[in-house]
Design a protein around this ligand. Structure first.
Ligand code: GDP
Ligand code: MG
Length: 173
């Protein structure tokens, strides 16, 4: 196959949004580097990582914008959201309030995020002893809304599936 025949690489910006400490940076690190650290390194502003992979036989290059989740998400400049093609919303499965906090963040950027595909990751699934959502609640959450994945940035469970799901939505013509 000559260079000319190669289907052009699709490049998309994805924003990772969610409350403080839910595991946004850890999920990106697990997906991009297959690494996990217990240490908490608070993200300042935004960190951009890239990952190239293929879904349904097509190459995609995701620019993952890992956006800090400070107590006051209104501090997030709207410019961070500009040009995004998809959203990952991260919830901490051990902290109920993080679902509402995540929803508030998305609602706060309604204009910027209008019509964009969203995938929800309910993270820290390895901490089942401290889990604060029932399976019925998870079921309800996924009905009629964005796809929901129970992930662990620590063990890696469902992390790739969740990112790939969003990528599938992004390559859809
Ligand atoms: P962020 O503020 O959303 O970027 O959160 P971080 O990715 O920095 O994670 C916050 C803390 O939760 C860190 O101490 C991580 O080690 C921990 N953490 C993140 N994801 C998981 C997970 O899936 N399981 C467990 N057990 N800890 C996690
Ligand atoms: Mg972070």
């Amino acid at each position: 196959m000559t260079h000319k025949d190669q289907p052009s690489m699709i490049q998309k910006k994805v924003c990772i949004l969610g409350a403080f400490g839910v595991g946004k940076s850890s999920l990106v690190s697990q997906f991009v580097h297959r690494k996990f650290s217990e240490k908490y390194l608070s993200t300042m502003g935004v960190k951009i990582e890239r990952k190239e992979f293929s879904v349904n036989g097509r190459s995609i290059n995701l620019m993952l914008w890992d956006i800090h989740g400070e107590e006051d998400y209104k501090q997030i400049p709207t410019t961070y959201l500009r040009g995004a093609s998809g959203i990952i919303m991260v919830v901490d499965g051990t902290r109920r309030s993080s679902l509402e906090e995540g929803r508030e963040i998305l609602a706060g950027f309604q204009d910027e995020l209008e019509g964009l595909p969203v995938v929800i990751m309910v993270n820290k699934y390895d901490l089942l002893d401290e889990w604060s959502f029932s399976s019925t609640e998870i079921q309800t959450l996924s009905e009629g809304g964005p796809p929901v994945y129970l992930t662990s940035a620590k063990t890696g469970v469902h992390v790739e599936e969740a990112f790939h799901k969003l990528a599938e939505e992004l390559i859809r013509p």
